[in-house]
Design a protein around this ligand. Structure first.
Ligand code: GDP
Ligand code: MG
Length: 413
């Protein structure tokens, strides 16, 4: 199966950075941006996302298939396994028990599980829900990255959908794409009018300057004979700062005929290179180009994040240098230093002692038995009264007998 080559090439870079930081004992905060798809129903959003990963696992099809947000977290790790679970933030602990964790899912099982999980919350009659499905994919072949598949914009409620479905889906989408760290793939099918594209309208609301919006035109193969999307793809019609990328995803028939991603990519390439309206820009069209563009965005992001990481390191270096400076003129037998060191040690001992009594001090907390202040507390409030009561008891056993006189030994002068 075709993976995402560009993404796989980025992995070693990120890993190298991570290694370097681990060696230095610095935690690396390299949050990669999220990528979300926006567009009308059946525009090809799930198909585009799936093509980005290069794996075949999202439910796709006609009608409203994606009915809950799907938050797909790709996590780079040595073991390959997948978790699907409803988000804890929205659900109580009880539903957390429905966690489904299983190793070695086949992609088909993943797809089926997503469908079942969608139906579990929304019912099977086209209802929607903004409770996300979380899908975590651990694999050595992915970058730490979050992709968000969203339900498509619709206008007319069907089945069990609420009357204000349009409003509900809009606010659901906005909730994700309003974040500054979210790249927006605004998906519009070529066989509809771009000027009416809900995807572009919505993207413009949260990203008016088009800094993080990429136009994606799908279904170029389904345009009426004699029409083409050349003006759009050349970024002349409704220019976007980052332009448009045209793709040809698998059709419903391809999906039913189980055309695999490799075959689909080859067909897409052939389509662009043999089409007279697209031939001249064919190297800037298609799924591999979309992948490359997104990978470029990720690379840029990493590059943009590096200066702040470097600043952090430099600050640490400075403090270390200051420490070293202190010790440069250090003469261990200088009485002034000795006194200072002793005072510091006494002070340290005092703080340690205080902390132990408070029970807030030591790095390791003994969970097997009480220690420090807690032990004193217990002795005083439990053990001591108990011993007192026991003494009273003992007294009763001495009925009639005089208590033994206390013997006091004093050191002779
Ligand atoms: P979503 O609702 O936006 O997530 O759309 P899907 O990815 O589920 O796709 C909806 C339907 O359109 C599916 O049957 C896909 O096979 C089909 N489809 C998506 N993109 C293309 C395309 O570029 N060409 C063709 N012929 N069909 C497509
Ligand atoms: Mg979908």
């Amino acid at each position: 199966m075709a993976g995402n080559m560009g993404m796989e090439q980025l992995i070693p870079i990120v890993n190298k950075l991570q290694d370097a930081f681990t060696q230095l004992g610095v935690s690396m905060t390299l949050d990669l941006p999220q990528i979300a798809v926006v567009g009308g129903q059946s525009a090809g959003k799930s198909s585009v996302l799936e093509n980005f990963v290069g794996r075949d696992f999202l439910p796709r099809g006609s009608g409203i298939v994606t009915r809950r947000p799907l938050i797909l977290q790709l996590i780079n790790g040595n073991t390959a396994f997948i978790y699907i679970f409803p988000d804890l933030m929205f659900q109580n602990m009880q539903s957390f028990c429905t966690v489904k964790a299983k190793s070695l899912w086949t992609l088909k099982e993943v797809r089926r599980e997503i469908e079942a999980e969608t139906d579990r919350v929304t019912g099977s009659n086209k209802g929607i829900s903004n409770i996300p499905i979380n899908l975590r994919v651990y694999s050595p072949n992915v970058l730490n990255l979050t992709l968000i598949d969203l339900p498509g914009l619709t206008k007319v409620p069907i089945g069990d959908q609420p009357l204000d479905i349009e409003q509900q889906i809009r606010s659901m989408i906005l909730q994700f794409i309003k974040r500054e760290s979210c790249l927006i793939l605004a998906v519009t099918p070529a066989n509809t009018d771009l000027a009416n594209s809900d995807a572009l309208k919505l993207a413009k609301e949260v990203d008016p300057q088009g800094l993080r919006t990429i136009g994606v035109i799908t279904k170029l193969d389904l345009m009426d004979d004699g029409t083409d999307a050349r003006d759009i793809l050349e970024n002349k019609l409704l220019p976007l700062r980052r332009g448009y990328i045209g793709v040809v995803n698998r059709s419903q028939r391809d999906i039913e005929g189980r055309k695999d991603i490799n075959a689909a990519l080859a067909a897409e390439k052939k389509f662009f290179y043999s089409h007279q309206s697209y031939r001249h820009i064919a190297d800037r069209l298609g799924t591999p180009y979309l992948q490359r563009t997104l990978n470029q965005q990720l690379t840029n992001h990493i590059r943009d994040t590096l200066p702040s990481l470097r600043d952090k390191l430099q600050k640490q270096l400075l403090t270390l240098e200051k420490d070293v400076e202190q010790f440069k003129h250090f003469r261990p037998d200088d009485p002034a230093i000795k006194t200072k060191a002793m005072l510091q040690m006494i002070q340290q001992l005092q703080t340690d002692f205080d902390r132990t009594i408070e029970g807030s001090g030591s790095a390791q907390i003994n969970t097997m038995e009480l220690s420090g202040g807690a032990k004193i507390n217990r002795l005083f409030h439990e053990r001591f009264p108990f011993e007192i009561v026991k003494m009273e008891f003992d007294e009763k056993n001495y009925e009639g007998k005089l208590p033994l006189p206390l013997e006091i030994f004093m050191a002779s002068e």
